[in-house]
Write a protein that binds this ligand. Structure first.
Ligand code: HEM
Length: 373
């Protein structure tokens, strides 16, 4: 991590360093990120209450530094999990579980996309991105489709920070867990019920927490990332046509969108001991949104280029807390785009539309008005 102290700044503009709290930053954070990377690579942002790290190499080093730990759940913009929960989430994506997930995502993407096929105009955020991640998890878990809306509401109101538990969701899941234990099927809930850790089946609470993580923790993040992905492709019809003609390009196009426009712009850490000029107990804000646009790491970083060969994986974090949901997120993007392009081959922006991204910590367009026919 950079060891420049506030008293020893490299040559740059005079006056106090800029702050993430500046109202203009929420509209467009990239001018601030540029200034930070060039002149204040490590700086204390008093109004925001954290040390800001903005260069790619420094953000990565900070996320991997064992002296910088994730704050307790609920105090971080990203979703958090303890080690046990984390390894279970990772396990949920292997073997038969990943097949159930993939089938759930594919089916759901198809159903949602078909609904748009006969429409003249639609908002892809409200009618597609917002629903796909949660509805896909509902399908993969083998829960009734008609319960998607209430499951979605619980997840959005109660599970933002920690995958896991919501009293109403737990109560809803309990009878399904009991049934799958007695009569296992091929769905993901049956797979989780049959999973063994240390030779023992997972307790009901752990199964419910895992299902909650799948339904909620990554849902909002994936929905935002999907919105930015579609916006980038709609902005570049030539690249959209290339991805349509060669679906094997989709994974790279998705990774490139995550680099340029990650859904989580800020991930927080707390210093357990002094780290360079950062005192023990201080909060460090790792600016993922800035790291992805660092010209020292990426050529022409502001440009969206679906053919870029190395967009890097930093949007998913790095080190001990990096995201265990990358596969599910990628499946959602791949199946989502494929289904949309099949149902709406002429997909394009509605006339005059190009909504800007919004948000400081989580960032994505709030609407995507498109023409379907
Ligand atoms: C494009 C979609 C996604 C992005 C960009 C993303 C990004 C991230 C990032 C940056 C972190 C690290 C937070 C930190 O270091 O404090 C993280 C952690 C996590 N993500 Fe995701 N995520 C996505 C989708 C998902 C999905 C679909 C799941 C569902 C299972 C998920 C579950 C988790 C969990 C449980 C953690 C906590 C890991 C830990 O603390 O050890 N994420 N994610």
């Amino acid at each position: 991590m950079a060891t420049v102290s506030p008293g020893m700044r490299p040559p740059g503009p005079c006056g106090p360093p800029p702050s993430l709290r500046d109202p203009a930053v929420e509209r467009d954070p990239h001018p601030l990120y540029r200034t930070l990377r060039e002149h204040f690579p490590l700086v204390h942002d008093a109004p925001f209450g954290a040390w800001l790290v903005s260069r790619y190499a420094d953000v990565r080093a900070a996320l991997e530094d064992p002296r910088l730990v994730a704050p307790p759940p609920g105090h971080t913009p990203a979703h958090q999990a303890d080690g046990m929960h984390r390894s279970l989430v990772a396990a949920a994506f292997r073997g038969p579980a990943s097949a159930a997930l993939s089938a759930g995502v594919e089916r759901t993407a198809y159903v949602l996309a078909r609904r748009l096929a006969d429409r003249r105009e639609a908002d892809l955020v409200a009618e597609f991105c917002h629903w796909l991640p949660a509805a896909a998890a509902v399908a993969a878990l083998g829960l009734p489709y008609e319960d998607t809306a209430r499951v979605h509401t619980w997840c959005r109101t109660g599970l933002d920070h920690l995958g896991g538990h919501h009293p109403e969701l737990d109560a809803f899941l309990r009878p399904y867990i009991a049934r799958r234990r007695a009569h296992p099927g091929t769905d993901l809930l049956s797979v989780l019920c049959a999973a063994r850790v240390g030779g023992r089946p997972l307790p009901e609470e752990a199964v419910a927490g895992l299902a909650g993580t799948l339904l909620g923790a990554g849902g909002d993040t994936t929905a935002r990332a999907l919105a930015s992905f579609l916006a980038n492709l709609l902005d570049h019809p030539g690249q959209l046509a290339a991805v349509r003609a060669r679906p094997e390009l989709t994974a790279g196009a998705w990774a490139e969108s995550l680099r340029r426009d990650p859904p989580l712009h800020v991930v927080l850490r707390r210093a357990t001991e002094p780290v360079g000029v950062v005192p023990a107990g201080a909060t460090v804000a790792c600016l993922l949104g800035s790291a992805g646009r660092d010209p020292a790491r990426f050529a022409d970083p502001d440009r969206y280029d679906a053919f870029r060969t190395d967009p890097g994986p930093l949007a998913y974090g790095s080190g001990p807390h990096s995201c265990p949901g990358t596969l599910l997120a990628r499946l959602t993007a791949e199946h989502g785009l494929k289904a949309l392009l099949a149902a709406v081959p002429d997909l394009r922006w509605a006339p005059g539309a190009r909504p800007a991204a919004e948000g400081l910590i989580s960032r994505s367009p709030r609407t995507l008005p498109v023409r379907c026919r």
